[in-house]
Design a protein around this ligand. Structure first.
Ligand SMILES: [Zn+2]
Ligand SMILES: [Zn+2]
Length: 190
């Protein structure tokens, strides 16, 4: 199967295409494409890819396309069991596109986003009020705040593995997940 980037995809974070007419199961094939513009953080790439891989599993292993039906859910659960550190796999992945540059109409305030400084403010005027645009934000990448669970894993992985001799990665993650949940329920309930 191929997994490629798609520069034109903006309505969705990714999709999975099947070859529908196949003579034998070994002819089944899948192509996953991820949106360069929507998947602009490591988390979005990870979450979109695993979502699409669940579709791929349904096609390769079950031989049907059931959308986000029970088979898709089965593989989503299987993925979460294998990787308990993952956030729940969502059925929908329409993300808001993060633009690096925003142009604002000087009169009515209408805004348009661009990935580069591609808007010619001398030529292009607002479609609503015919006033000129100005560039309002300069490319500032949103700072990555490491998520709490990732930090917790980083700090405690070694000790959990040591204290529970000879456990697998999955077991370590399971223990860490429940420890983390317990710790958070204590702190949030005061
Ligand atoms: Zn889907
Ligand atoms: Zn305007």
């Amino acid at each position: 199967m191929s997994i490629t980037w798609n520069k034109r995809l903006i309505k969705t974070a990714g999709f999975c295409a099947y070859n529908k007419r196949v003579a034998t199961p070994s002819d089944r094939n899948v192509r996953i494409e991820l949106s360069v513009k929507v998947c602009d953080t490591a988390e979005r790439v990870r979450d979109t890819l695993i979502h699409e891989l669940c579709h791929a599993a349904v096609w390769f292993l079950n031989g049907v396309n059931d959308g986000h039906g029970s088979l898709w859910k089965y593989w989503a659960h299987a993925a979460c069991r294998a990787h308990p550190e993952l956030p729940p796999i969502k059925r929908c992945h329409k993300y808001k596109i993060t633009h690096k540059f925003t142009y604002k109409c000087t009169k009515c305030g209408y805004e348009i986003g661009r990935h580069s400084k591609s808007l010619d403010t001398k030529a292009k005027v607002c479609g609503y009020c015919r006033s000129p645009f100005v560039l309002v934000t300069r490319g500032t990448a949103t700072p990555r705040t490491p998520n709490k669970f990732a930090l917790f894993v980083k700090d405690n992985y070694g000790s959990v593995k040591r204290d529970n001799k000879a456990v697998t990665h999955q077991d370590v993650m399971r223990i860490l997940s429940s420890d983390f949940a317990r710790q958070n329920s204590i702190s949030s309930s005061g």
